[in-house]
Design a protein around this ligand. Structure first.
Ligand code: GYE
Length: 303
């Protein structure tokens, strides 16, 4: 009796999941840094848990690859498309094609800059400008409002590089004693951050007079830490180190006192993204253009 019931129940639930299996095409930026692969893994695991058929495309940091992936998803007639866009520009045409094909598009993580906001349903992501503000506010208190900062920017033209810079500068503008004295892109990678910091070290006679390094992500800051150590400097002591992501390697650097603060960007966000998509597919209705995922500031002991 029990067996029969279990079999029937199993049959019903399989049929139900078969009938409602949703196919989602996800165009991911690439695998730069530690945060991005953690996000990709979460999206794949969460899809499995929810019975979503996920088509995953890694663009390796190239927008042309993303455009191709999105067009392939349209040709395959997926139910929905999720994009984490490399840069903000260049999206109008392909989003129009998706709209014409009646396939709803959702943005995850990074933003796009399109005039017609109806080209996507909503964006689910953290507030990058707030992350920049949190980093700036922490630095303002740690430096008592007087600080010459070197900045390691993320990928040029990407939403997090634009917004984190804006947020950080908004706070600095309130403190006449705080300013960015050098800024350059390290493309969100450890190697990029290391190279940029090496150049800063040369240009400033071993970071003379520099009070802080603000990096748009942890991996660049981890590269900067390496460069500073190789130059005989003490990151976290000679220079205040503040960045964004809070990846495990940065947690270790904070614990060692080689970094001072990091704003957490959550990577396990499939649980926020997929329900928005699947609910919309069941019941398509207008959503706010931005669903915000909270960010947290983590500060090393003694800071
Ligand atoms: O901070 C960085 C990654 O798009 C907000 O991309 C994300 C950023 C993240 O490369 O580590």
């Amino acid at each position: 009796m029990y067996k029969t019931f279990a079999a029937v129940f199993l049959g019903v639930s399989l049929a139900a999941s078969g009938a409602s299996a949703v196919t989602i095409g996800f165009s991911q930026v690439g695998d730069e840094g530690d945060w991005r692969p953690a996000f990709s893994k979460d999206m794949q695991e969460e899809a499995k848990k929810m019975g979503i058929d996920l088509k995953f495309a890694d663009a390796q940091g190239k927008q042309e690859d993303q455009l191709k992936a999105v067009r392939a998803f349209i040709a395959q007639r997926v139910d929905a498309i999720v994009i984490a866009p490399v840069v903000v520009t260049g999206w109008d045409q392909v989003l129009k094609e998706a709209k014409r094909a009646n396939i709803p598009v959702f943005l995850a993580d990074r933003d796009v800059d399109v005039t017609d906001k109806s080209l996507y349903v909503t964006r689910i992501s953290a507030d990058f400008s707030l992350e920049g503000k949190l980093a700036g506010a922490w630095l303002a208190q740690a430096s008592k409002g007087t600080c010459d900062v070197v900045e390691l920017q993320g990928t040029v033209g990407s939403a997090p590089a634009i917004e984190r810079k804006k947020g950080f500068e908004a706070v600095l503008s309130q403190f006449p004693g705080m300013k960015i004295v050098k800024t350059q892109s390290g493309d969100f990678t450890t190697e990029g951050g290391k190279k940029v910091m090496e150049a800063f070290i040369k240009a400033t006679d071993n970071l003379k007079g520099i009070c802080a390094s603000f990096a748009h992500n942890d991996n660049m800051q981890l590269g900067a830490i390496q460069a500073m150590k190789e130059a005989g400097l003490k990151p976290g002591k000679d220079v205040l180190m503040v960045s964004v992501d809070y990846v495990p390697a940065m947690k270790a650097a904070l614990a060692k006192g080689e970094a001072n603060a990091s704003v957490e960007l959550r990577s396990a966000i499939g649980k926020y993204i997929y329900p928005v998509v699947t609910d919309y597919l069941k019941n398509p209705k207008e959503l706010p253009k931005w669903i915000v995922i909270p960010s947290d500031l983590h500060v090393a002991a003694g800071n």
